[in-house]
Write a protein that binds this ligand. Structure first.
Ligand code: FPP
Length: 257
């Protein structure tokens, strides 16, 4: 019991130490390490993904309470189709499970769901779960929970290029009109407007790679890595990452005044 109270006090202390005015508006996370978490416990890989889903629920609530405006989570990449069928099937079932069991809490927390990626290529049941959740949370005005599902950044950039090339071919714009703003407006994050670029980019599990995630958008993100495996990631670890972010000196290419 004493342990419980000590732990609680620690979390409260950590929360109080965060500078409220420096909470990142947009946090993007590569949730890595589910497989290794399961392997360490002699469990099938899918057990790691199931536990990873519980972490998503927890971190969504924590982020929303801290005042984060956008939380973008890499749930399935365009490269993840290379995994065994059984694992892919399980990963496709996860959004169904997640929204079935959690959408009421998302609404209670005023969290709006959004999804980016090639949703039309997902199984019909997954698509329905995703579109239902978007619809059910459409009146929420708090944090945006943005899932990258069947998302790949190079693919996104290729699609943006095709779209702009088509606009030029149609005579709608001249090549000189292509600037950073136009590119941003043709990416899948355009609906986020000024919040499209993550302030903080986190990857768990000790890997230090970008893995085709938001290549354009992270140009000036602060990158923070942790050895913690995603299923073990919790409020405490999350706050440590934010604390590390708050120590960084963001200059966006300029010099300090
Ligand atoms: C990477 O770990 C994780 C994934 C490819 C899937 C991420 C999915 C979740 C965290 C579940 C939540 C999803 C929803 C939609 C709620 P890995 O399997 O590559 O781990 P490893 O590197 O240890 O093998």
């Amino acid at each position: 019991m004493l342990d419980f109270f000590n732990k609680k006090e620690n979390i409260d202390e950590k929360r109080n130490k965060l500078k409220r005015e420096l909470i990142p508006n947009h946090i993007a996370i590569i949730m890595d390490g589910n497989g290794r978490w399961a392997k360490k416990r002699h469990l099938p890989r899918i057990a790691g993904h199931k536990q990873g889903m519980e972490t998503v629920k927890n971190i969504t609530k924590v982020a929303s309470n801290l005042g984060v405006k956008v939380l973008t989570l890499y749930a399935f990449s365009t490269e993840n189709w290379k995994r065994p069928d059984k694992e892919v099937d399980f990963l496709m079932e996860l959004p169904v499970k997640f929204f079935n069991t959690f959408v009421h809490e998302l609404i209670e927390n005023n969290v709006r769901v959004n999804v980016m990626g090639y949703i039309d290529m997902l199984p019909k049941k997954t698509q329905k779960a995703v579109y239902d959740a978007i619809e059910q949370t459409s009146n929420c005005t708090g944090m945006i929970l943005n899932f990258a599902l069947n998302y790949g950044s190079r693919d996104e950039l290729a699609q943006m290029t095709r779209s702009i090339a088509q606009q030029v071919a149609n005579g709608e714009i001249v090549p000189e009109a292509i600037d950073e703003q136009l590119i941003a407006r043709n990416l899948q994050t355009s609906f986020l407007g000024d919040l499209a670029d993550p302030d903080l980019f986190i990857r768990t599990s000790g890997e230090e790679r970008i893995s085709n995630f938001l290549l354009w958008q992270i140009a000036y993100s602060e990158l923070v890595f942790t050895d913690t495996l995603w299923p073990d990631f919790n409020e405490q670890t999350f706050m440590e990452m934010i604390k590390e972010y708050q120590k960084r000196d963001r200059r966006f290419g300029a010099i300090k005044k």
